[in-house]
Design a protein around this ligand. Structure first.
Ligand code: F6P
Length: 540
């Protein structure tokens, strides 16, 4: 059954047509709305009162989740059932952050002991690198760690490393190379000493073109300097599910940190893919990060739907996308440390829910995943917020903020910055919701010709997520919150959020075209592609 066939979807369609709700009226009619449309879980406070919905709409959305079997599907995922039907795999990233004594089964086998065995090896290795016990080939301790990976093997580690930089060992340089554009590698290593550099080659499949190309270049760079194949063992470790490919590359599988096919790439930051992060912030902080994810997992698994943060965020998103006509979601973290969070979420959300067929392969008759974008505030305010406030499109926003600053500025200054930062969060969501009427504009003495220009229609929906401070634990909970939000939306839309066939075609075609660029063979593409390749051949 498609979601559009449910009674709740039909009720929501009627409600959307009948009720032209405005946030001004909703707040005027209920002075307690701000407290009523809020929920808490795993250290996060969610205010969704500035979404354009009332109790009837919220109840219908909750009915939709029930009718679409969100709870059953959630429980099936947590039990290790093979809900990734197109790849025949379980979806068990929640097992990666489960406590040591948990029992979570894939194919009848408890996976938690193997998860903790790898975590223990990661912790041990991280301690050796951080303490200087792990030596490079010439006896130097490691001063720089370079993660080579792309997609889920890069975006999560980069985002979390930046987010938790405050907790990182400042004696270590940590870099991330992802792009097959050679300038990425060249710029990231130009000031590094090969004798004290450790490469972590992170790839679930260990076949990804970008990562393998960069890994081979890194190996050449190292060997050019150190001149001995034996150096590879001291300067390269691998994170992968594919031991054969790791061996073939020349990395001793003793230096490989394993994960499993039931971990999707975009859900893998909490697996060994988090090795660079573990080295940077230390194993104790990494455990706190996993504990934060687990806090949110427990909240997601047990909180009633009407108080369940991922469910509420998913359902308000569905209301905005499927009934109010929005097609994107702006994610606006008011934290410079979270500057890469929107980029990370782009993969998490868009690779998961950018799907056009249901689980059974039928064409969907409704919109699925939104376009996710955003930037850290307040910077974004001076770039694209104009369009959110006064443009013609409806752009729902997620604001994210913290009560406390981590910043060691001169005495007292840190919290001043934080107050100004947070004043902007509250001001933006207030302005988006309530705008400024022509009467108010006139009341400011604005000349009549400028009144339309200075009028803000308002009624633009947003949610606000707040936590006390940015810690490994609160970051972990935030990431798990979005993972589960994406899951709930996928469950309602009846799509497979855990495959990514759409990325494959471009990969296959690139492999075919690569040798044609340096050759002279006849070209058999369309006339545009042929002309582009000929141009490149001439100019390269
Ligand atoms: O972009 C497609 C994709 O398969 C992602 O899902 C994945 O995170 C990324 O490529 C990298 O894959 P791998 O970790 O196997 O190198």
């Amino acid at each position: 059954m498609q979601p559009t066939d449910t009674a709740a979807w039909k009720a929501l369609t009627t409600l959307a047509a009948e009720r032209q709700l405005t946030l001004r009226d909703l707040f005027a009619d209920d002075p307690e709305r701000g407290q009523k449309y809020a929920a808490e879980g795993a250290g996060w406070y969610l205010d969704y009162s500035k979404q354009r919905l009332d109790r009837a709409i919220l109840n219908a959305l909750l009915d939709l989740a029930r009718e679409c079997g969100v709870e059953e599907r959630r429980d099936a995922m947590l039990r290790g059932e093979k809900i990734n039907v197109t790849e025949g795999r379980a979806v068990l990233h929640t097992a990666l952050r489960a406590p040591r004594d948990a029992d979570i089964r894939a194919d009848g086998q408890n996976v938690v002991p193997q998860v903790h065995a790898v975590l223990d090896r990661m912790a041990d290795f991280a301690r050796q690198v951080r303490s200087g016990e792990w030596r490079g080939f010439t006896g130097e301790p490691i001063h720089a760690v370079v993660n080579i990976g792309i997609g889920g093997s890069d975006l999560g580690p980069v985002m979390a490393y930046e987010a938790l930089e405050h907790y990182s060992d400042r004696n270590l340089t940590v870099r991330f190379v992802s792009n097959v554009d050679g300038s990425d590698f060249a710029e990231k290593v130009r000031d590094l000493d090969p004798a004290s550099t450790l490469f972590i080659v992170s790839s679930k499949t260990f076949t990804t073109l970008e990562t393998m190309t960069n890994a081979h270049t890194a190996r050449r760079w190292l060997l050019d300097a150190l001149g001995d194949e034996a150096a590879v063992a001291r300067h390269f470790v691998a994170v992968s599910t594919n031991a054969d490919e790791v061996r073939q590359f020349g990395i001793d599988t003793a230096n490989m940190f394993e994960f499993w096919d039931w971990v999707g790439g975009r859900y893998s930051l909490d697996s060994a893919i988090g090795l660079s992060l573990t080295i940077a912030i230390g194993p104790e902080h990494f455990r706190e990060f996993l504990d934060g994810m687990h806090d949110m997992d427990r909240h997601f698994a047990s909180a009633p739907l009407e108080q369940n943060l991922p469910v509420l965020m998913a359902l308000t998103g569905i209301w905005n996308q499927n009934f109010l006509g929005a097609c994107s979601l702006a994610v606006l973290p008011y934290s410079q440390y979270l500057r890469s969070f929107p980029a990370y979420l782009q993969q998490l959300d868009m690779e998961s829910n950018g799907k056009h067929v249901t689980l059974s392969g039928a064409e969907v008759g409704y919109d699925t995943g939104p376009i996710v974008w955003g930037q850290a505030g307040t910077n974004g305010q001076h770039a694209f917020y104009q369009l959110i406030h006064q443009g013609t499109r409806l752009i729902p926003c997620d604001f994210i903020g913290f009560a406390r600053s981590l910043t060691p500025l001169p005495a007292g200054e840190g919290q001043t910055h934080q107050d100004l930062l947070m004043a902007n969060v509250f001001a933006q969501s207030e302005a988006l919701a309530f705008g400024k009427t022509p009467q108010q504009v006139r009341g400011d003495g604005v000349p009549e010709t400028l009144v339309p220009h200075k009028t803000f229609a308002g009624n633009r929906p947003s949610s606000t997520l707040l936590a006390r401070d940015l810690t490994p634990r609160s970051l972990g909970a935030l990431i798990a919150l979005y993972e589960h939000k994406v899951f709930v939306q996928g469950a309602v839309w009846d799509i497979n959020s855990f495959d990514q066939w759409g990325v494959e075609l471009g990969k296959v075609l690139a492999q075919r075209i690569a040798p044609e660029l340096s050759g002279e063979q006849d070209l058999h593409h369309d006339s545009s592609t042929n002309a582009l390749i000929r141009w490149y051949r001439r100019e390269r």
